[in-house]
Ligand binder design. Structure first.
Ligand code: ZN
Ligand code: ZN
Ligand code: FE
Length: 788
């Protein structure tokens, strides 16, 4: 008997699902098999990578482990199935032809920041892609934003008009090359072009007046404008940014004035981690997330002496920072041939739009809409197929917490447990911070951030994005899910669409949807581990009693299809509805009215004209023009005004955000408290305590902090009572107010002390950006019960 014949070889057939196509997965499998001396083959079908490997059992175990652990950077391995089949004895390992089955769709990868290898090549004068503004490889570059159809292949991307040169094609076709099957691969000879121009550049009848045409000259011109205090509109990966020098107070003020954005904080872009450390306080997780492949904006506490103008984030103690993520950004921060001696250090990088309008993403649109804002346009001729704004995250307890899930994440799905047979749902989301979701079996694909749905333009953008995501995933929805709110544009859109296509509409109460999104991302939507209590705090949601809700304790028991309201904040009046949202002093007067005290001696009595206050007093006394609310967001607004932090706002949640910033500065906490009756958190004692503390001359930072603590205490008491009476052991925190770190920490601390499990968001935002996921899973649950 020969030695070879005594060896026991096994053969496995392995199926890998997830984001495994167009990300270098097959060459990775081939290399791995080679290293472990396994024979067999690897190939793609429409939704998975299939592999057969043969060799010693121990090597197969190692292969399966490294298949997950060492997967290429852009891959997201969701499922690995492995079955043992008969060994064949064949030698060698090969990459085999793709198989196509009609009706199946692969997953679309997200856009990814330029990788280290590409960055190195781009800055290497000896490399043939030296300073190439579109350098990319299998591990990096645009994906979602350039794909027009599937299968993901060059002709189905906006790279289609740029035929590869011979050198690029050779790399593209070589399985050992870093650019093997990298669809956007290009170089100076064959790729897209970068140029700079002013807004009138194209009007000048083809003479290219005002245009600067070589990529180096265009970058140099943009650098010059930026360091001299000008504003440049920059076409990037998912749309346009408006940029200016973040250290230049005049430039920042000009940008605010031209964009019509008086206070809302601007995001910053830094060249590298070292520069980011001068801006924000970063721990190891923060640094890893900041420089990771998604390159989101990371919100973190401002570093001492951060080299930025105060106008970047007025009234706040944190900054949003991202690192350069596209080649064109990296070039802007680098000294180059013919460029100015001084290059930008830290840039304001804010979305290329006027406040509340959708993001500009075509050259023509940007030139038309941003012409009065930007002094120079840095453009290119690779189209953006679908707009995608920057993502925003914070870091809490060593985890990345999403605030806006968009570039680098969209359209990656959330996996839904046990939903393989569920009908396809199109969930349209809410009215602000809008995202929508499309489900296919156990996957919920999440759209990029679309923002405010208040205008015709934004509904048109919504329409386009829905069409694109449905086409990309080959989904025909069977159900449309929307918010209960009869006035939401997205709900009206859902009704029209459902009528056109003869589909049922499922409407879901706003806070129930928030809660369901949290349960779904934790794989808890089937409630198999018992009932869960949700503390759902936000600005506004349409309540089951037709009032405005926003400070709710909900219970899901047995089935996520329905939620029971087991507690809430004591309702108070919103004098003038939306006018009270824009003018927190109105809420302050309402809270004082509820507590039976007047405003004399408080900051707002000096800051607000007596006639204006009188109007509000009359409304409160008669109830005329008042809406009833239990909104936690409004409570924070009112307290912000009571403490003299903010009486009027220019962006959503401004008063609450600035209140938290004030509380962060506290060295001690004022003793405040309130009572809970039948799950209802009373506000009178809280407001009286705040006013007494003010009259006693207590520090307003200490009062702000005391308010956070007292509210957390009362909410925890209400939630724990609900747990006790329903045998629940888990409490979930969701809703936009949980962007507030101090409140989140105070609550998680109290719940942990009481021995209940506390779950918070890690996958979708706690704000309305996560709503669509919750709507979708509630629609699934109601479908299971035969309710739609
Ligand atoms: Zn790369
Ligand atoms: Zn080329
Ligand atoms: Fe909400």
């Amino acid at each position: 008997m020969t030695a070879a014949a005594t060896r026991v070889f096994e053969r496995r057939r392995i199926t890998v699902r997830g984001v495994v196509q167009g990300v270098g997965f097959r060459p990775f499998v081939a290399r791995l098999a080679g290293e472990l001396a396994l024979s067999g083959h690897v190939g793609n079908d429409d939704i998975s990578v299939f592999i057969e490997v043969e060799g010693p059992g121990s090597a197969l175990v190692e292969f399966l482990r490294r298949l997950r652990d060492d997967a290429p950077p852009l891959a997201r391995v969701a499922m690995v199935d492995s079955v043992t089949i008969a060994a064949t004895g064949h030698e060698g390992f090969e990459i085999v032809e793709s198989r196509h089955e009609p009706g199946l769709r692969t997953l679309v990868p997200a856009d990814t920041a330029t990788c280290d290898s590409c960055s190195r090549e781009m800055l290497d004068p000896a490399d043939r892609r030296y300073r190439h503004p579109f350098i990319t490889c299998t591990d990096c570059g645009p994906r979602f934003t350039i794909i027009t159809d599937l299968p993901y292949d060059r002709p189905a991307t906006t790279m289609a008009p740029f035929p590869m040169c011979d050198a690029c094609r050779a790399e593209y076709e070589d399985p050992d090359d870093r650019r093997y099957h990298a669809q956007p691969v290009a170089c100076h000879d064959c790729g897209p072009r970068l140029w700079a121009q002013d807004a009138s550049g194209e009007v000048a009848s083809g003479e290219r007046a005002g245009r600067v045409d070589s990529a180096d000259a265009a970058i140099a011109r943009a650098q010059e404008v930026l360091v001299n205090g000008g504003i440049v509109a920059i076409k990037g990966i998912g749309g346009f940014h408006l940029a200016c020098d973040a250290a230049n107070g005049d430039a920042v003020a000009t940008l605010r004035q031209r964009k019509g954005r008086p206070d809302k904080p601007f995001a910053l872009m830094a060249a590298d981690l070292a520069a980011a450390h001068t801006l924000i306080q970063l721990d190891a997780t923060g640094a890893a997330v900041l420089s990771g492949p998604a390159r989101p904006i990371v919100l973190a506490a401002t570093a001492a002496g951060a080299p930025v103008a105060p106008g970047v984030a007025p009234g706040l103690d944190e900054l949003g920072v991202m690192l350069a993520y596209a080649p064109v950004h990296q070039l802007l921060f680098a000294a180059g041939p013919g460029g100015p001696a001084e290059v930008p250090q830290v840039l304001v990088m804010t979305s290329g739009n006027l406040s509340d309008e959708p993001l500009a993403f075509t050259n023509g649109d940007a030139l038309a809409r941003l012409g009065d804002i930007a002094d120079l346009f840095l453009l290119h001729d690779r189209d953006i197929a679908v707009p995608c704004e920057d993502s925003v995250v914070t870091i809490r307890d060593g985890f990345e917490v999403p605030v806006r899930r968009s570039r680098g994440f969209a359209p990656l799905p959330v996996w839904l447990d046990g939903a393989d047979d569920a009908p396809a749902v199109l969930a349209v989301g809410g009215e602000i911070k809008n995202t929508f979701s499309v489900t296919r079996g156990g996957l919920a694909f999440m759209s990029a951030h679309l923002g405010e749905m208040g205008s015709l333009e934004s509904m048109a953008a919504f329409d386009r994005s829905v069409a694109q995501l449905l086409a990309l995933h080959g989904v025909e929805p069977a159900v449309i899910a929307a918010d209960d709110h009869p006035g939401y544009n997205t709900r009206a859109w859902a009704e029209r669409r459902a009528e056109r296509d003869g589909l049922p509409v499922v409407t879901v109460q706003h806070h129930h949807a928030h809660f369901a999104s949290l349960l779904a991302e934790h794989g808890r939507q089937n409630l198999t581990d018992g009932p869960v209590v949700g503390i759902v705090l936000d600005g506004t949601g349409y309540g089951c009693d037709k009032t405005v809700w926003g400070g709710e304790i909900l219970l899901c028991d047995g089935d996520i299809a329905h939620a029971e309201r087991v507690g809430h904040l004591e309702p108070f009046a919103l004098p003038g509805g939306d006018a009270a949202v824009r003018n927190p002093f109105r809420v302050a007067l309402s809270l004082l009215h509820l507590a039976g005290i007047d405003e004399s001696g408080l900051d707002l009595a000096d800051a607000i004209d007596v006639a204006e206050r009188q109007i509000v007093h009359t409304m409160l006394a008669t109830g005329t023009g008042c809406v009833t609310t239990s909104s936690a967001g409004r409570l924070f607004d009112g307290v912000s005004s009571l403490l003299g932090v903010k009486h009027r706002i220019s962006y959503e949640a401004q008063a609450a955000i600035e209140l938290e910033a004030v509380a962060h500065a506290a060295t001690e906490s004022a003793e405040l408290s309130t009572t809970v009756e039948d799950g209802v958190v009373r506000l009178g004692p809280l407001v009286r305590g705040i006013v007494d503390a003010l009259h006693a001359g207590a520090d307003r930072a200490a009062i702000a902090r005391g308010f956070h603590e007292a509210l957390a205490e009362a909410l925890a008491e209400s939630a724990l009572a609900a747990c006790a009476s329903h045998h629940g052991r888990t409490v979930g925190l969701t809703g936009g107010v949980f962007a507030n770190r101090m409140l989140t920490e105070a609550l998680t601390h109290r719940l942990a002390r009481a021995g209940v499990e506390c779950i918070t968001h890690r996958v979708v935002p706690c704000n309305d950006g996560g709503l669509a996921l919750g709507q979708a899973v509630v629609a699934h649950a109601r479908n299971r019960r035969g309710e739609n």
